[in-house]
Design a binder for this molecule. Structure first.
Ligand code: ZN
Length: 674
């Protein structure tokens, strides 16, 4: 079969030849490319020469390049333009690809060569980037148990197997408990406060269940607006209790035992690998290198944010008192916060949209990249694409090719919800020169209708800048090795470039430059700009306390604080006590449905949300001090972006900022300190 993935691409910049690709090409291509990649690994293993950096570590980074491009193309399409066929194929190919990477990680002879380089090569003879790659490769094996005795390796595999089962059971229980509940409302009076769009969704939900009236559920799109708008306090309480007792009730879906087992197994796993706790294990590969640093970080923010959070609650309580609510409870917060927001800002999302047509916002993002980094974006019509709505830009720096940028803005059947940045090809350097990246941004913004362009909400404007920030990280990448390139950085560092770009959306001077009415050309009124900036900090103190409570709880579980004698609810409440702004509701707990840390990948990592905010605020404050488009400051940040993971992130940050990150800029931006 003539398979486009199995011969060199003959497209501009060797980009993916979408017009030639059919779904049936993927499986044979990926299977054959896996076999070829295995061959490349075998060649490394069978090399009769002693292991050195070039013939082992660098060779591993170079193995499987074609496979990466074929599988990236496949999974990018599965996310942005999927079909039943592609979905089915994904089910089939995912385990095969997982097995391929597992085979590499468990390849004993390969590890022996990596270890030889690690133990014997004088790092003084290596460049800093080479040293990083060696360390990353070695740790990849060691953290997966390569250094353990045969007996302990078996133990580790057994723990991993149990953890996989338990974390899956955890999420199934949460899902079960989420789906098991519905609030069925039959009379209009109980719906006071709820906007029309929410009611119509609730009506549809009722119809789907063959019920009259309205149905609300514990799923976010139903739960969140109900808590925000429903005037009926008893019903808010009911829905809140239903949510906060999920997987905590005395039934077969209770997660308390599973939480204990997961925590215990993670602890044993870390011990087996030579770490004090699970948090020590996780944080070794993070910018916030140790549990002490994370805990100091969280507690420092707590002390500084709490007075402000208490102040916010005073205003909210005053508002609630007018309704005769003498004691504001957790289930009252969202409702009165929304009332307070409306009273304070009177900001209508709909009224703002005509000032943010997509083409204008994108132009502004390009303009920022041009002023900051000298990049130019040229629309190319000759680049193959997977859908008519995709646009492809060639990105140039001083007239030289830098990257390709694919943009895909609108929702379609076959596209996942949300917004993301991804790539079709990464960046690396070969003897013959640089291989430049092919980056993509995918969003779900409303599509143009007739003469009306796609009009963005302000939230979508910041989303565009966020993803564009990730894209810049990818496009500016300038490293030798792909494993250290672009967004291949530590988890708690990867959101710095994206969140950094969001800051520009709140800069009045910059906003004025592009927020214009799409019909009249009229500039967005100053009063509205002021409101956008002011509203961005609304209830920031409360939100901070909430994030800190999750971060502290996560760290407590993963630093071995839970003992057998303490009930989960008690344990949680003791840990989060300092962060609570409202009275306790007995019989409720977050832990049994805290999927981020017990089923997702966030264990000992929840802090990273706030950590990344501190970084982006601190980085941007340097721009505020020197000018938001200051060329010298931008040149320094460009180095940080171009370096990817070739330098330790703290070192990299210090090179840019001249010092370690400090939380003051975030607290100031958030209005938490004067
Ligand atoms: Zn992001």
């Amino acid at each position: 079969m003539d398979n486009p993935f199995l011969k060199p691409f003959t497209t501009p910049f060797d980009c993916v030849p979408f017009e030639l690709i059919k779904t049936e090409h993927f499986k044979p291509a990926i299977l054959q490319l896996i076999a070829a990649a295995k061959q490349e690994i075998d060649t490394i293993v069978d090399n009769p020469d002693p292991a050195d950096f070039v013939n082992t570590i660098a060779a591993m980074d170079r193995a499987g390049k074609q496979l990466s491009i074929a599988s990236a193309t496949f999974f990018n399409l599965d996310a942005a333009e999927t079909t039943d066929e592609i979905q089915q194929l994904a089910q089939e190919l995912s385990p095969i690809l997982a097995e391929y990477s597992n085979d590499i990680m468990l390849n004993e002879r390969l590890f022996q060569r990596v270890k030889q380089v690690h133990d014997e090569v004088d790092t003084a003879s290596l460049s800093p980037e080479e040293t990083r790659l060696l360390d990353k490769t070695y740790k990849g094996f060691a953290r997966n148990g390569a250094l353990l005795s045969v007996e302990n390796k078996d133990k580790l595999r057994e723990i991993d197997k149990q953890l996989a089962t338990l974390t899956m059971k955890f999420s199934q229980n949460v899902l079960q408990e989420t789906n098991a509940y519905q609030l069925h409302i039959k009379t209009d009076e109980q719906l006071a406060g709820l906007p029309e769009s929410i009611l119509s969704a609730a009506k549809t939900a009722a119809k789907q269940r063959n019920l009259e009236g309205w149905v609300f559920t514990l799923h976010f799109p139903s739960f969140v607006p109900f808590m925000k708008y429903a005037a009926n306090r008893e019903l808010r309480k009911e829905l809140y209790l239903a949510s906060a007792t999920r997987a905590l009730k005395d039934n077969e879906y209770n997660n308390e035992g599973i939480v204990r087992d997961i925590v215990e197994l993670r602890h044993s796993r870390a011990k087996l690998l030579g770490y004090g706790t699970h948090a020590d294990f996780v944080l070794q590969e993070r910018m916030a290198s140790s549990p002490t640093i994370v805990l100091d970080f969280l507690k420092n923010l707590l002390v500084k944010a709490k007075p402000h959070a208490q102040q916010e609650i005073v205003q909210l309580k005053a508002l609630a008192a007018k309704d005769g609510v003498s004691e504001v409870m957790p289930y009252d917060h969202a409702y009165y916060a929304e009332k307070l927001r409306e009273a304070t800002y009177d900001l209508s999302e709909e009224a703002l949209k005509p000032y943010f047509p997509l083409p204008q916002v994108l132009e502004a993002a390009f303009d920022a990249a041009s002023r900051l980094y000298g990049l130019v974006f040229e629309l190319r019509k000759d680049i193959p694409k997977y859908h008519d709505e995709v646009a492809v830009y060639e990105v140039l720096e001083n007239g030289r090719h830098k990257a390709l940028l694919y943009t895909d803005w609108h929702p379609r059947e076959g596209k996942r919800a949300g917004a993301w940045m991804t790539s079709y090809r990464g960046q690396w350097t070969e003897d013959s020169g640089q291989v430049r990246p092919h980056i993509s941004i995918v969003c779900n913004f409303s599509r143009p209708a007739g003469d009306t362009p796609s009009l963005l909400t302000f939230n979508e404007v910041t989303t565009l800048f966020h993803e564009f920030g990730h894209a810049l990280h990818g496009m500016l990448a300038d490293t030798i090795y792909e494993s250290l390139s672009g967004t291949n950085v530590y988890w708690d560092f990867v959101e710095l470039p994206s969140q950094f770009m969001e800051n520009y959306c709140y800069e009045k001077e910059f906003l004025r430059s592009f927020a214009r009415h799409y019909q009249t050309g009229e500039a967005l009124p100053e009063t509205e700009i002021d409101k956008i900036v002011a509203a961005s900090n609304f209830m920031e103190g409360y939100q901070t306390m909430r994030q800190l409570s999750f971060g502290l709880l996560d760290m407590a579980y993963h630093t071995g604080k839970l003992d057998a004698g303490t009930a989960i609810e008690r344990f949680e409440k003791d840990i989060v006590q300092e962060t609570q702004l409202y009275p306790d509701v007995p019989g409720t707990a977050q832990t049994p449905s805290f999927s981020h840390i017990f089923a997702g990948g966030y264990s000992a990592g929840y802090y990273s949300y706030k950590w990344a905010e501190v970084l982006d605020a601190d980085a941007f404050s340097y721009f505020k001090e020197t000018g938001i488009f200051n060329p010298d400051t931008a040149a320094k940040f460009k180095i940080l972006l171009a370096s990817g993971g070739t330098v330790d992130p703290m070192e990299l940050y210090i090179q840019f900022r001249g010092r370690k990150p400090e939380p003051e800029a975030l607290l100031k931006r958030a209005g938490l300190i004067g």
